[in-house]
Design a protein around this ligand. Structure first.
Ligand code: GLC
Length: 549
């Protein structure tokens, strides 16, 4: 095997995330599948993405829709077969798209043979493969750790008469990474897919692999009295500092082992998902030094707040901590309300969607687009009876869960189920299609100059020819209540990127230190700013890309 050439396609690349259940059904069971994805890969290639990330399609009881895996090395029959996946990879490669798979190593399904064996007794060969602990004298769990999906992170098991740890559902027991055999088993599964020909991994909750060996309780961060914006009143998980249940130092050593394996395969990459009290610091830690993850994302652009002031704060902190690390920026994914609604409310203006796209695609880092972002789809309203997500069912109505961003993709405005279903199928999709998506379906926007889809396509094509946007440093300009602005610089090329992130026109001046504004880069496909000397008149949601003298 040759050492990775590390061509770095992923650096500054664009990755399109596919949620397989909701992309394209090909066999009429109401659930998307691998042959359906293969059929639709043209759409992603035409958009101009560099690769795809497929949410899990492995064997699973689907309690968390595939994020509860019962066999890491096989395809769930609901999605197809290994040869369907082979065909998908071949088609993607023929189209010039890299294929990244999403592996969930922090936990397995409780139906995984490893867990079945582990829970059978306290002295079997896999007894220590999960995190087991005795009850305290009063019968309570060993500490105060909480599950993100609600309640204690500990579940009592009558067979072993012990608790086991689960950071998510009780049916997602946490693997014990302190056990070297577990680490080896995980690395073996990574190797399986690398040998199969995948180009990389999205690593689910990558900072949850290790827990504190002493099982110390997390400190509380105070009641949700509104003084700390990070403390959600809805989910008490946010009321703790997560010092001990995740982000443990041992993980860095494991990630180095993982990187050494992955580096044996040319042009492969990894992006980790990080949910942490200080996500940017973890991104820095996990991606700095070139010997752990290639990229990572945290939730700073995936929460409620947005607007120029908030984003200026995020990027200021980013510049302070991330150093040589490499972030991956997502503004929507399968866990978060769609950005159109989160940032734009019930009637998101098209200008905001284009400005958000332009911003995401000009940040230092890699960009992850989520299926439907390129159409500007709003969050779907789901009736309680139609909810599927256990997280939403547990916390409804204050938190409605993640179904609203997981409804079927909008392909054809006049077709049944917007073209998601197999031809002639009468089976209802697993989640209802969203009626407001009809007018935004891909077939309506393709070829329509100025549509959100054509704007994404133009942006993706244009940025390929602007090396500063892909490789450049990023220097923030002064904070402004409406305008976020920064300079990307590479090999003497300096590009001003400025965004009016408000619905009001504004006159703005770049910092004098940035230098005079030169030619406007009009091919970006986004506009809304008139330059006169160093004065810029922004329309609502206006965007300016220009060379700096
Ligand atoms: C990640 C996934 C999410 C899943 C959870 C547990 O956050 O993105 O969908 O529910 O991990 O695996």
């Amino acid at each position: 095997m040759t050492k990775a050439s590390n061509s770095g396609w992923w650096r500054g690349g664009v990755i399109y995330q596919i949620y397989p259940r909701s992309f394209q059904d090909s066999n009429g069971d109401g659930i998307g599948d691998l042959p359906g994805i293969t059929r639709r890969l043209d759409h992603i290639a035409a958009l101009g993405a560099d690769g795809i990330w497929l949410s899990p399609f492995f064997k699973s009881p689907m309690k968390d829709f595939g994020y509860d895996i019962s066999d890491y090395c096989d395809v769930d029959p609901m999605f197809g077969t290994l040869s369907d996946f082979k065909a998908l990879v071949m088609r993607a490669h023929a189209l010039g798209l890299k294929v990244m798979i999403d592996q969930v190593y922090s936990h397995t399904s409780d139906q995984h043979p490893w867990f079945k064996e582990s829970r059978a007794s306290r002295d079997n060969a896999k007894a220590d493969w999960y995190v087991w602990a005795d009850a305290r004298d009063d019968g309570n769990p060993p500490n105060n750790w909480l599950s993100i999906f609600g309640g204690s992170a500990w579940q009592w098991d009558t067979r072993r008469r012990q608790y086991f740890l689960h950071n998510f559902l009780t049916s997602q027991p946490d693997l014990n990474f302190h056990n070297p055999e577990v680490q080896q088993a995980v690395l073996d599964s990574v190797k399986f897919w690398l040998d199969f020909g995948v180009d990389g991994y999205r690593l689910d909750v990558v900072n949850f692999y290790f827990h504190d060996r002493q099982l110390r309780s997390n400190p509380g961060r105070g009641m949700p009295d509104g003084s700390d914006p990070a403390v959600s009143p809805v989910n008490p998980y946010a009321w703790q500092w997560h010092h001990f249940d995740k982000s443990q130092p041992e993980n860095l050593v494991f990630l180095q082992r993982l990187r050494a394996l992955v580096d044996q395969y040319p042009d492969t990459t990894m992006v980790g998902e990080i949910g942490d009290d200080d996500g940017l610091a973890r991104v820095a830690e996990y991606t700095g030094g070139g010997d752990k993850l290639h990229m990572a994302y945290c939730f700073d652009l995936l929460g409620e707040p947005h607007g120029a002031t908030y984003l200026h704060g995020v990027f200021t902190r980013f510049n302070q901590v991330v150093g040589s690390g490499w972030p991956c920026w997502a503004i929507t994914n399968h866990d978060i309300p769609r950005v159109a609604t989160r940032w734009g409310g019930a009637h998101p203006p098209a200008g905001l969607l284009k400005a958000a796209a332009a911003l995401q695609l000009s940040l230092r880092g890699t960009a992850c687009l989520y299926q439907g972002d390129e159409l500007g789809l709003p969050e779907a309203e789901i009736a309680f009876e139609d909810l599927q997500d256990p997280y939403g069912i547990a916390m409804w109505p204050d938190y409605k869960g993640r179904d609203g961003c997981r409804t079927p993709m909008a392909w054809e405005s006049a077709a049944p189920d917007l073209g998601f279903g197999a031809a002639g199928s009468t089976t209802a999709p697993w989640l209802p299609v969203a009626e407001p998506h009809r007018a935004l379906a891909a077939d309506r926007q393709r070829g329509q100059s100025g549509s959100v889809y054509e704007t994404y396509r133009a942006l993706l094509a244009w940025r390929r020819g602007v090396p500063a946007l892909i490789h450049g440093d990023m220097t923030l300009l002064s904070a402004h209540p409406q305008v976020l602005a920064f300079v990307r610089e590479h090999a003497g090329e300096r590009v001003l990127c400025a965004f009016n992130l408000s619905d009001a026109a504004v006159n703005w001046r770049a910092d004098a230190a940035a230098g005079p504004i030169g030619a406007v880069l009009a091919d970006s496909g986004v506009r809304g700013a008139a330059v006169q000397g160093d004065a810029v008149a922004f329309e609502p949601w206006g965007v300016l890309f220009a060379r700096l003298g």
